[in-house]
Design a protein around this ligand. Structure first.
Ligand code: HEC
Length: 410
């Protein structure tokens, strides 16, 4: 049977699959080149213009790489460019953001307890902030600030903290952290697309034409690549954070996200130094561990919303549609009986301390907002409830399916 929710979930899964693969290729290549760069050894026998060489062994063969700082004496016929890993990661990420947070915005993007936005307004802020963020950052890098890279980096951190706070004022915690990740990753890809690649093309063209390339292009690439280097790890954390409600759904999620940017610097600093000198500064691990302890502690401060708050809140039009269905009453009873012991603001199942994945299924509004999720997790699949906790019978599952289909077929 044709079913949009099922089709959509498979599209989402496929795009996520693609996104993770392209991101691995991008980050893998970028880590590889950073390490290679730092490990190059000088050798007098190298041709003119060569800065250093590295011998590596991998997959049954030996590789000999030579780096030419500005360019080799003669441009080779064939050049491999490393850019598609970055572009495809951004494109698949943008598609996934639209699938999960725009199309699924009623559930994953909007939080009526924070801001009273219509879905189109949320989408506008989502897309607009990513675009404006890049334009602002780009101007900053082109200004005089570029002459003091440390100050520039500090300002970038301040902007990220402001964005972290801002996103958390209007979006669900989950969407806030994800958007902060997307904001950062957009800057990283745009650095490659709008700056590093075009400049490299100018340099190649200059060399081919026998001109000496302007040294400024190398400097620009260096500043932007350094930012990308330090931003990589926090972006991955933010992208994974939606699996951990303690990271995204607690009072100080915005501070947690801000602190993660500092761990990105401490961890990368260790590896950068280690590859360059053969020995890393061990204090960076101490600082990273302290930051993680601070983060864990901050996450124990829970958001104040109680079950009474949730009950008292006015329904959004989307929720209203599902609550007013004739079959809602019966479906609601099934959810309360089979889901709420875990998916509650104060769970009562076993030693559970917080709702899994931050999914609350208590008030009618909660249940209505999660209709699609309930349909997929407990209706057409048997993912929920966990079978070792509760065995939910087929009749109960059919009740949930019937409710969601009733609303969809209206
Ligand atoms: C015994 C506790 C328990 C009960 C009862 C339970 N769940 Fe869950 N639920 C979990 C856990 C644990 C997870 C997180 C699973 C994971 O990490 O992949 C979860 C995750 C979810 C998610 C989020 C899935 C995702 O990947 O985003 C949804 C939606 C959900 N449950 C719906 C339900 C529904 C609907 C019911 C009742 C029919 C239900 N759950 C009953 C423990 C429970």
């Amino acid at each position: 049977m044709y079913d949009l929710a099922i089709l959509w979930d498979w599209i989402a899964f496929s795009v996520r699959w693609l996104h993770v693969i392209t991101a691995m290729a991008w980050i893998g290549a970028s880590f590889y080149f950073i390490a290679l760069d730092l490990m190059l050894k000088p050798n007098k026998a190298l041709p003119e213009g060569a800065h250093g060489e590295e011998w590596e062994v991998h997959g049954g063969g030996f590789y000999h790489t030579v780096k030419y700082m500005v360019a080799p004496a003669e441009m080779p016929e064939h050049l491999t460019w490393h850019k598609w890993q970055s572009y495809t990661t951004w494109l698949s990420g943008a598609a996934l953001l639209m699938i999960v947070y725009w199309v699924g915005g009623e559930l994953f993007l909007l939080d009526p307890t924070k801001a009273d936005l219509a879905l189109w307004q949320g989408i506008l802020i989502s897309g607009g902030s990513l675009t404006i963020g890049w334009l602002f950052y780009d101007q900053m890098c082109k200004s005089k600030l570029a002459e003091t890279p440390t100050l520039l980096m500090l300002l970038l951190f301040v902007i990220l903290v402001i964005m972290s706070w801002g996103y958390n004022q209007i979006f669900t915690g989950r969407a806030a952290l994800l958007h902060l990740g997307a904001f950062t990753a957009t800057i990283m890809t745009a650095n490659v697309f709008f700056q590093i690649m075009p400049n490299q093309r100018i340099v190649v063209a200059d060399l081919k034409a026998g001109r000496t390339p302007d040294a400024k292009y190398g400097k620009i690439a260096k500043v932007r690549s350094t930012h990308n280097n330090y931003l990589t790890l926090p972006v991955v954390f933010l992208m994974l954070s939606n699996h951990y409600p303690l990271a995204f759904a607690t009072e100080y999620a915005w501070i947690i996200a801000s602190l993660i940017f500092l761990t990105g610097v401490t961890i990368r600093h260790y590896f950068n130094t280690m590859h360059a000198t053969g020995k890393g500064p061990h204090w960076t691990w101490g600082v990273t561990a302290l930051l993680m302890v601070l983060i864990a502690w901050l996450s124990t401060v829970q958001t104040g919303e109680t079950w009474e708050d949730a009950e008292a809140r006015a329904l959004t039009p989307y929720e209203e549609k599902y609550v007013s269905a004739a079959s809602f009453e019966e479906a609601y009873d099934v959810v309360i009986g089979n889901c709420s012991m875990c998916h509650a603001r104060e769970p009562v199942w076993g030693n559970m301390q917080w709702a899994p994945k931050g999914v609350y299924l208590e008030s009618p509004g909660d249940v209505a907002r999660h209709a699609d999720q309930i349909y997929l997790q407990a209706g057409v699949s048997h993912a929920m409830p966990p079978p070792n906790a509760i065995q939910m019978d087929e009749d109960a599952r059919r009740t949930l399916v019937a409710w969601v289909r009733e609303v969809r077929n209206q």
